[in-house]
Design a protein around this ligand. Structure first.
Ligand code: HEC
Length: 135
């Protein structure tokens, strides 16, 4: 699954580079995990990520314990530790404490498929052109 996510990322990135339309570059990160972003959004709500994070598009997700997840597809790093790639994001969401043992973010017991869907949703969060704000 991790390898599949990576390959999808590469393939989508290549497509995005080739697929500029009318000066607008297709965003390379969107839905590249192979997961289902709509299900990811539901999971973000169910697992209470919003108690600690502002998550644009998820009602009531206004927590300030962790960083706001706005513009997440534009981020360079994840938690200041890992380059922002689909496989690293899935790894972080599944097992944050394997990456950073003292982080306040708990391991929520998500499966890899669930983390993949959540990552797909976070990659829909874009910067100014596709701005989505807090709901
Ligand atoms: C108890 C609070 C808490 C909960 C619940 C929580 N997180 Fe976090 N999260 C944090 C903290 C604190 C950090 C910052 C980690 C660090 O930099 O060490 C973080 C970091 C992150 C990051 C990296 C952010 C960045 O700016 O690099 C992502 C992505 C993330 N969390 C996603 C989630 C998702 C998705 C969920 C729900 C499945 C979730 N978090 C649940 C506290 C939480």
């Amino acid at each position: 699954m991790r390898m599949r996510a990576f390959l999808t990322f590469v393939a989508t990135g290549a497509f995005a580079l080739a697929g500029c339309n009318g000066g607008k570059v297709t965003h390379p990160y969107i839905a590249v995990t192979g997961g289902d972003p709509n299900h990811g959004k539901v999971l973000i709500d169910q697992y209470g990520c919003g108690a600690c994070h502002i998550v644009p598009g998820v009602r009531g997700a206004r927590g300030l314990v962790g960083p706001p997840l706005i513009y997440f597809s534009e981020r360079t790093m994840i938690a200041g530790e890992l380059p922002n790639s689909p496989s690293n994001l899935i790894r972080w969401i599944e097992h944050p404490r394997e990456v950073e043992p003292k982080t306040a973010m708990p391991d929520l017991g998500l499966t890899e498929d669930q983390a993949t869907d959540i990552a797909a949703y976070l990659y829909t969060l874009r910067g100014p052109e596709g701005t989505r704000w807090i709901e």
